[in-house]
Design a protein around this ligand. Sequence first.
Ligand code: SF4
Length: 229
Amino acid sequence: MPRKRLPILDRWPLVRQLVARDATGLADTACSARTRTLRPRTEQADRVVRSVCPYCGVGCAQRVYVTGGKIQDIEGDPESPISEGCLCPKGAATTQLVTGDHRARHVLYRRPGGTRWEVLPLDTAMDMVAARVQHTRDRTWQETLDSGQGVQRTLGIAHLGGATLDNEENYLLKKLYTALGMIQVENQARISTVTGWRAVSRSAGSPSSQTTARPRAAAGSTPAVTRAA
Ligand code: SF4
């Protein structure tokens, strides 16, 4: 016949631990009655959409929980063979990327000599960018070098991409820039993420960790500097 205990003693975690032989307090005895009533905030979602974190090339998988047509939360996808449900702090904050009220939602423009930002319609801003690209390309176009070697290029425009660009966007961007004659096309991942990559490759034992990075100039490539023409 089970021994009866006073209810007040049952509310004392230490007693529950002793009775359940849970010395570390990491088992069920650590759970209060209130905790047992709590449910995950994602449980009420209407649907779950699978996605990929937009921040970096690791490509951790995400689950986007949607309620009433609005994003309720974004969490790691345990079925991802890459991240197995984990997200780094950037990826874990993806919900704010989409829903944060401090996010800039308009094109802001500060004209030369201006002291304040102006809000521009996106179409106007796109037309201004296109006009500047054409003007700079026309002004700096090189058909040949002084030696007579044909190059058909402009050194007046360079591009520095961000890690949020995906494969498809990068493909289209490089295609466009090559067609424009631009040769200075770079991505921040090769400037900043390379340190993380080297650390990961060392700890993961990649064969590439045996290689030594050489300065790009040694390979005859162009400098990774964004220029304004
Ligand atoms: S930013 Fe973080 S969560 Fe996103 S893909 Fe990279 S490592 Fe994964």
